[in-house]
Design a protein around this ligand. Structure first.
Ligand code: HEM
Ligand SMILES: *[C@@H]1O[C@H](CO)[C@@H](O)[C@H](O)[C@H]1NC(C)=O
Ligand SMILES: *[C@@H]1O[C@H](CO)[C@@H](O)[C@H](O)[C@H]1NC(C)=O
Length: 316
């Protein structure tokens, strides 16, 4: 009898522990490393003061982390003899950046509380602090993600949406991650900051007809029909370093930079939400913040899964 009770007790405990550990919480480091958040914010602000684009790059790192096997810090891992990491997969190669800034955060956080704060959580907090640093909304970041011990070149290639996608492919790529079309439209507003390479939008400025012709002409000087693949242009030419709703104002004027951007306002089912955001920045801010929390919840490693890396580029 005694052992039977002990068994049911431990089984019940196991289920409760599983439910609790599968959830992230905003207070996760309140006793174990409360100082981490001042450090991360300070380093984000410092990096953004030196180069505004870094705020955009850090926000994108969290997105590219979450869309590849969940928000598990996998995007930060360098290649090893046993796996090729995500950094050279087509959506990331010659494009994703900010790794040095994350390393600086990690080494300072390790110095005050070794092996407590995961790289995946540092990415989530840095993304929020970056948006705030560029004038956007704040939100409470859910915490308690652990770090992956592997990365996936092939999942980075297949699961991160491409600038050539049409609306239905964009909707599917987000719904494959448990995110709604409404979340997708709000999250795409991240393109109110940051830069894209010529190779990401060349076809649009030479071959598409639903682009404002003066915008297309002005972009062609820095993005020739051949060559200059890595030349940069702002995703939001109106206010490139301010986290506002000009991304949506651009879309309603056919001034989206990427093909995928303009797909959100091209006579389809998503036009009305774009129009709303173009007229109501507060609504965009509220929805963006909520959608970032939803994106940050994609398949985290919790409990005893994964590890807390000491160096974000390497497994322990
Ligand atoms: C909707 C589907 C999306 C597509 C197809 C897409 C695609 C792209 C592409 C092609 C670039 C330019 C890369 C380059 O040329 O080097 C870019 C940049 C960027 N993306 Fe997205 N993206 C999407 C959604 C998102 C989301 C959800 C976020 C964040 C919440 C985000 C944040 C950014 C940022 C901030 C940049 C600029 C980065 C920098 O300047 O370093 N994107 N995106
Ligand atoms: C990444 O870019 C570099 C530099 O352009 C190139 O040499 C390399 O082949 C690319 N890697 C992949 C996997 O495409
Ligand atoms: C325009 O489209 C044609 C036909 O698809 C393609 O061959 C050409 O490379 C495109 N031009 C640019 C500059 O992308």
């Amino acid at each position: 009898m005694a052992s039977k009770y002990a068994y049911s007790y431990s089984l019940a405990f196991f289920f409760i522990a599983t439910i609790v550990s599968a959830q992230l919480s905003s207070t996760f480091y309140d006793t174990s490393c409360p100082g981490a958040f001042h450090i991360i914010k300070y380093i984000v602000n410092d990096a953004v003061a030196k180069e505004k684009r870094m705020g955009a790059s850090l926000l994108r790192l969290h997105f590219h982390d979450c869309f590849v096997n969940g928000c598990d810090g996998s995007v930060l891992l360098d290649d090893t003899p046993t796996f090729t990491g995500e950094k050279t997969a087509s959506p990331n190669n010659n494009s994703i950046r900010g790794f040095d800034v994350i390393d600086t955060m990690k080494s300072h956080v390790e110095a005050i509380c070794p092996q407590v704060v995961s790289c995946a959580d540092i990415l989530a907090v840095a993304a929020r602090d970056s948006v705030v640093a560029l004038g956007g909304p704040s939100w409470t970041v859910q915490l308690g993600r652990r770090d992956a011990t592997t990365a996936s070149f092939s999942a980075a290639k297949s699961d991160i949406p491409k600038p050539t996608f049409d609306l239905s492919a964009l909707i599917s790529s987000f719904s494959n991650k448990g995110l709604s079309t409404a979340d997708m439209i709000a999250l795409a507003g991240a393109h109110t900051i940051g830069q894209a390479r010529c190779i990401s939008f060349r076809n649009r400025i030479y071959n598409e007809t639903n682009i404002d012709s003066s915008l297309a002409t002005s972009l062609q000087s820095n993005c020739p029909s051949s060559g200059g693949d890595n030349n940069l242009s702002p995703l939001d030419a109106s206010t490139p370093t301010v986290f506002d709703n000009y991304y949506y104002k651009n879309l309603v004027n056919n001034k989206g930079l990427l093909h995928s951007d303009q797909q959100l306002y091209d006579g389809g089912s998503t036009d009305s939400q774009v129009t709303t955001y173009s007229q109501n920045m507060v609504k965009f801010y509220t929805d963006f913040a909520a959608a970032m929390v939803n994106m940050g919840n994609i398949s985290p490693l919790t409990g005893s899964s994964g590890e807390i890396r000491t160096n974000c580029r390497k497994t322990n």
